[in-house]
Write a protein that binds this ligand. Structure first.
Ligand SMILES: [Zn+2]
Ligand SMILES: [Zn+2]
Length: 211
């Protein structure tokens, strides 16, 4: 059996790099991605610090980019050897919400690396990750012009921050006094009102500019 190294959650403050079976293509829409770069998200700190329960053995990580190692027969947008960045979650693409482009509200939503309660998908802080519904979940990386470190922001950090600011109805040029929170992290259902929640906790004033 082929193996790989991955970051495995055992208990709060107990995370280990371990040797695990290498994932394989299981469904026609799957891509097996060789992970070139992965980030640690603030959301990873919830189980790490004990604020969120997670079962022992779950693999962490949901911000990632990499190279297509293999693909299922249903994948049409990617070829082996191409490089792609992925969303932190998988939507089914078929339910009422997905058909209206509201992927974050997908009835079947699964989040990488957040354990059983959020869909039981293995995480991307690993040498390989299985990416379901790859045509929807992945986007090709541009051939040049951006570093991997910049593109890594696309799958959660940049998009979540943009979505959170958009929901506040702030517009370029707006000046906001008092407390303003800059937020990153996952736009999961518990965090969709992140900016609003953070307003009560912010101690400083930060500026944000949207081009
Ligand atoms: Zn759906
Ligand atoms: Zn994240």
């Amino acid at each position: 059996m082929d193996t790989m190294q991955a970051v495995v959650f055992h208990a709060p403050h107990d995370v280990r790099v371990e040797e695990l079976p290498r994932p394989e293509v299981e469904e026609p829409g799957d891509v097996l991605l060789k992970v070139d770069l992965a980030a640690i998200c603030g959301t990873d700190l919830h189980p790490y610090s004990g604020r969120m329960e997670m079962e022992e053995g779950a693999t962490l990580g949901h911000e990632y980019l990499g190279t297509i190692e293999a693909k299922g027969e249903g994948v049409t947008e990617f070829e082996e050897g191409e490089r792609a960045v992925g969303s932190f979650f998988v939507a089914c693409g078929k339910c009422w919400f997905c058909r209206r482009g509201l992927y974050m509200k997908c009835m079947m939503i699964r989040v990488f690396g957040m354990g059983f309660v959020l869909g039981d998908l293995n995480g991307a802080q690993a040498q390989y990750v299985r990416v379901p519904e790859a045509d929807l979940t992945l986007r090709k990386l541009p051939e040049d012009g951006f570093d991997d470190e910049e593109m890594l922001f696309v799958g959660d950090i940049l998009t979540t921050g943009y979505d959170a600011v958009r929901k506040t109805d702030f517009r370029p040029g707006d000046v906001v006094h008092e407390s303003v929170a800059a937020r990153d992290g996952c736009n999961n259902p518990a965090a969709t009102c992140g900016v609003v929640n953070d307003l009560g906790e912010a101690r400083g004033t930060f500026g944000a500019r949207l081009a």
